[in-house]
Write a protein that binds this ligand. Sequence first.
Ligand code: NAP
Length: 248
Amino acid sequence: MKPVLLITGASRGIGAATAILSAKAGWDIVVNYTQNKAAAQTLCKQLEALGAKTLCVQADVGVESQILSMFAQIDAHFGTLNGLVNNAGVVDMTSNVVDMSWERLDRMMRINILGTIACSREAIKRMSTERGGKGGSIINLSSVAAKLGGAANYVDYAASKGAIDSFTTGLSRELATQGIRVNAVRPGIIDTEIHASGGQPNRAKDSAGLVPMQRAGTAEEVGKAIVWLLSSDASYTTGAVLDVSGGR
Ligand code: NAP
């Protein structure tokens, strides 16, 4: 039986690229999405053509009851879980902190932080060797914004990703003897639709000059780092935060 990997926010962007690379690397895949059912279903067909078994699950990781329902569906369908990529994440429109509404902050922190922590909690219950699991691997999506701070753009997003770095360090140490490795990938400017959702559709192209390598990265370049960290080739790597940012 192949190992089973849950990728949150896998219907497009970095999550979808990671799903394809993971299927090629021998994983069965749970594709989570919130809105874009058609894209998620198309991706599942692609993954099945690569030999992977799939499960497509609609769930908002900013809502605990939907996370619990997603894991119950995984239990019923696969009966096991071996890996988790906490990829689902959102930005918001460019803003100074002084103008940020409570609703904006609440949405950002629920999806980016609480979703990651609660999905990890549910994965630990199923993977920890202390709870009868077979161990596993968790990858969290941070951002170089965690280092740079996102001033006059999205400090709230940067702060949410700073929390992901701390969570990765702490959880990796907490689980080090429970067969679960925990690592983070910290992408720089990657060419996906996330920038359009923050009102800057040309950001990847326009920001190339800010990157030492003078270009945006691709979702596949981030996915390859994730797939390596998931794999047994990274068996002695836990608590790492790997920049995939063209030197930024
Ligand atoms: P993207 O293209 O905007 O895709 C986001 C994915 O997350 C979609 O599959 C979306 O599903 C899903 N999603 C959004 N909100 C969700 C929720 N509440 N619950 C479950 N799924 C949800 O994003 P991306 O650029 O691939 O980014 C992926 C991750 O990398 C994020 O954590 C992001 O912060 C991080 N990152 C990205 C960049 C970059 O430059 N792109 C840089 C640094 C870090 P639907 O299709 O159903 O809406």
